[in-house]
Design a protein around this ligand. Sequence first.
Ligand code: FAD
Length: 288
Amino acid sequence: MDLKELFGENKICLSLEIFPPKRSQGGIDAIYQTLDGLKEVRPAFISCTYGAGGNLADNSTCDICSIIKDKYHIPPIAHLTCLNNSKADIDLILSRLKSAGVNNILALRGDRRPDVEPRHDFSYACELISYIKEKEPGFFISAACYPEGHPESDDLEQDIDHLKHKVDCGAEHLISQLFFNNDDFYAFRDKCAAKGINVPIEAGIMPVTSKSGILRMVSMCGASIPSRLAKLLNRFEDNPKALADACIAYAINQIIDLIANDVDGIHLYTMNKPDVAARIFSAVDAMR
Ligand code: FAD
């Protein structure tokens, strides 16, 4: 399916992100259980991360995307980072994706890691996007965006200029970093429109269900925690069930508000937890 068809007036694209299970967690076999649960929520597509959290050794993104497509008949998006890959590495991955019939890529730079020397063929995601578009123009390219600004950037306007460049290089769809305050997303969306970014922007929503999980996540991605969410975390931190319920309700309220405000799509960071994704999507099912 052409992912462009998923967006348009009066259409809400509800999509999911998963990550390759570590070998210690059962490796690729463990993904079937996750996908069995996730298929019930009828996502428009499922994206699979690549080397996130430094997990490069266990990488099975291409294999998992093939499973999503061939066994579950759901369009996949394969994440692909470039900072720690040479052009030859990227060529190999593109050819594997192409032979597997996986035609959608989320083209990323990847995080700088102090313990890994970058490969120097690519410095920014825009270079990967241009490279893929030139080598293999048949791929549909998505890119990442940051409603509160990328953590390395202290100037949101400049960050959005770089985002516009990614779109000019060939990104046809954007998925946002997680955020907890919808007003940040609306302000960002307005700024993007003002700069002529006119591709669909999906809102990244992460239903973190523990206080330590939320704090770890925001320390990595720089998202801020609004006081309404901070109060929930403090009130229920010693009651995991209540905290999970409160965080899921928070995510549902965020999504309903986004849909009411004409968001192009919701990309749910599932953390490979189908039960949480099912609770959230069933609450907004009639709004698709
Ligand atoms: P870029 O777009 O290259 O931007 C990185 C920084 O450089 C920004 O501050 C930007 O303003 C600046 N910049 C961009 N272009 C230029 C330029 N031409 N000149 C100067 N400065 C520039 N990481 C993983 O390892 N694996 C994953 O699977 C993964 N999936 C992700 C999915 C989503 C939806 C998101 C939002 C992030 C994901 N990440 C993943 C994290 C991502 O790799 C990091 O946030 C990384 O630090 C930046 O990647 P990028 O593609 O946004 O980089």
